[in-house]
Design a protein around this ligand. Structure first.
Ligand code: AMP
Ligand code: MN
Ligand code: MN
Ligand code: MN
Length: 294
């Protein structure tokens, strides 16, 4: 049997990706991936459509989401994989609705601050280009770019909406331990997303990350996202070491956003990414040991 590949981190129009959930799955099938996880920010609204399309295309779709959680030095991201199917009834869904409410509050403030910077923008325009379910700063970045305020969407983060930018507004959210515990409470497998993208102020990142991971493990953290489009080989090695030291599993994905992040392909990242089905098998074995469904 030939080696097959997977992608356990992707976004659809339910948050800030540009493919609908069904399109995303069709693209995954075209890329001959064996499995994907749809991990939209703060929402599960794309999952049913993606799972349905996956059944038709013969590709395994894992129900996921990505949460931004606030720690003393900024925002960490965590992924929940194998979310439960029971729609609106879990504590997770109630909290996701609150998080989206905080998102909307923050987004109105971003729009107001941008106007103070002389940018011609209404929040309704931002909502209009999103699916409306989970509006993110990437939508602001697209509009700032389309209107010619920045040479690329990326630059919108440096100049306006990223930390240190003139229209940066932090988002109210969960603590890292709270986020991990919430996802675990509904039977999800929880991974720390792209750890090496975290901008730690000053020296001592490795030690801080080690302590943070130890703490999160005590709240139920399962895995480290070692393989990611924006991780260098050295970053990946550090993550593999980190996971090994703490007895955690590995996960990986492209963080595909479609046209929202040009240059990042499903399953392939910027070209060098390859996550094999062995990664998925290890995650499943861990779940079986935990007596959780796969
Ligand atoms: P939000 O969840 O609203 O805070 O928006 C964060 C989203 O914006 C992330 O999920 C990324 O898709 C995108 N993003 C954040 N920082 C950058 C950056 N420096 N360059 C490009 N996209 C970014
Ligand atoms: Mn995003
Ligand atoms: Mn992220
Ligand atoms: Mn992501």
């Amino acid at each position: 049997m030939s080696i097959r590949f997977i992608d356990l981190h992707s976004h659809s129009t339910a948050s800030d990706g540009s493919d609908t959930p069904a399109e995303l799955v069709r693209n995954a099938a075209a890329a001959k991936l064996a499995a994907i996880a749809l991990t939209d920010h703060d929402t599960t609204s794309g999952l049913d459509e993606a799972v349905r399309e996956g059944r038709q295309r013969g590709i395994e779709v894992i129900r996921g989401c990505e949460l931004g959680v606030r720690c003393e030095h900024g925002e960490l991201h965590i992924l929940g994989l194998w979310l439960p199917e029971d729609g609106g009834s879990t504590p997770l869904n109630a909290t996701l609705a609150e998080l989206r409410h905080h998102r909307a509050t923050r987004n109105h403030r971003i729009a107001a601050q941008l106007r103070e910077c002389g940018v011609d923008i209404e929040y309704a325009e931002v909502e209009a280009i999103s699916g409306g379910e989970s509006v993110s700063r990437l939508h602001f970045a697209r509009i700032l770019h389309e209107k010619g305020y920045v040479p690329s969407p990326q630059e919108a983060f440096a100049r306006y909406i990223g930390p240190g930018g003139r229209a940066y507004v932090a988002k109210e959210t969960l603590s890292p331990a709270g986020g991990v515990a919430l996802l675990r409470s509904v039977g999800a497998t929880v991974a720390l997303a792209h750890p090496m993208l975290f901008r730690y102020p000053g020296n001592g990142f490795a030690e801080w990350l080690d302590d943070t991971v130890a703490d999160l493990k005590s709240h139920g953290l399962d895995a480290i996202e070692a393989y990611h489009s924006e991780h260098s080989q050295a970053d990946t090695r550090r993550c593999v070491d980190l996971a090994a030291r703490h007895g955690l599993a590995l996960t990986g994905g492209s963080d595909y956003h479609g046209a929202g992040k040009p240059g990042i392909a499903l399953g392939r990242g910027r070209g060098g990414l390859r996550v094999t089905t062995a990664v998925l098998d290890s995650l499943k074995e861990r779940r079986l040991r935990q007596r959780l469904p796969v």
